[in-house]
Design a protein around this ligand. Sequence first.
Ligand SMILES: *Cc1c(COP(=O)(O)O)cnc(C)c1O
Length: 447
Amino acid sequence: MTRDEPRRRIPRTDQLLAQPDVQREHGRLSEGRIRRIVQEAQEQARRGELAPEDVAEAVINTISVTDAASLRPVLNATGVVVHTNLGRAPLSDAARAALLAAAGYVDVELDLATGQRSRRGAAAREALLAVCPGAEDALIVNNGAAALVLATTALAGTGEVVISRGELIEIGAGFRLPDLIASTGSRLREVGTTNRTHLNDYADALGPDTGCLLKVHPSNFRISGFTSGVDIGRLRGLAAEHGVPLVVDLGSGLPNRDLLLPDEPDLSGALSAGADVVIASGDKLLGGPQAGLLLGRAEVIARLARHPLARAVRADKLTLAALEATLAGGPTPVAEALHADPDRLRERAERLAAAVGGELVQHDGRVGGGGAPEVPLPGWAVRLPAAVARPLRVGDPAVLPRVHGGACLLDLRCIPEGEDERLLTALHSAIAATRLAGSPNTADGTG
Ligand SMILES: *Cc1c(COP(=O)(O)O)cnc(C)c1O
């Protein structure tokens, strides 16, 4: 069987595993991971894609470039600050350090002075209350969706959640607010119409079945024209009259007003307007780790914390550590990107454009993450042929540009200035790769 001959020359698994270069990697990679690499190389050889005598070397090469974790850091050159596909908010230096410290044993639920058990995440809670003094208490859960599920489950149970038809939103990636609420067993009581809801609509719906009033900030779109809604202040009166809690889901989580984003509601503002509980995500405009934040009246937060579901959605020590450090540490990368000085962005982009033969163009960044959909963040970009985009994405460091209008655009807003040199190196390699791969047309054209 000459056809089987090469197959018989493929090294056996135990031989491959016994190589010193493979043995050495056992502290870094699991036995299972190493075995999978070995099996993949053997498979390739069986399919005739790899010569049997090259299998051992292929295994060693693959192992040497394999890390235990495969998520790759990316330079975000899109100009979109809270980029969902890139994990939303990049963490501050303080938050990164806190994450690392919390990776080992930490006093997340222990008072070291007394040796007694303490309230879990007390420090993160205090840091939240420090930036939102209008809240009496706070609870931190896994994410915004979990916070909403907990609030409606604990406050409405199988009763009704009263909400305007203009606020039945889909955020993206399978997050449909009405479906989420229905999944908890609560009943949605929709009031008003898509474009107009009045105080009377809410008043007519309130009754013995009402569990809570819910107001949701429609983060990612705007309805304009013949519209009207009822603000938190007016709902407050109605909620008090009927003795039902008023829950406000803000989504983005600005602790206080930001003049750059005049239409983006903030936690403190919603609380002072009369919300009993406000809900926000930790990794949108707050610029921290993924988390669901619930802030508000002590009695309502206590009801949420006591509910059995609270245990199922609680935040882990890493989240608590990073959140506290986000709030107590220096400016977050999200805040810095939002408020980047356009003149400085222009200087940096100009320098980059000159170094790689790109064109400097005006470019608006975006808040992203469903926030402030219509607010442009004026800045600059380096314009290159679209063919550069792929080598940039798969290069080292990986760079995600914006591909738009047949061109590759690099906006430096979300790239820390200290990374400009690495970006330049990545660009040189990507442009060189484009020249190697394609005809001169691919490299110079815009298509
Ligand atoms: C983003 C968002 C959520 C969901 O929060 P996650 O942290 O993504 O789970 C809920 N409500 C609103 C209004 C949002 O914008």
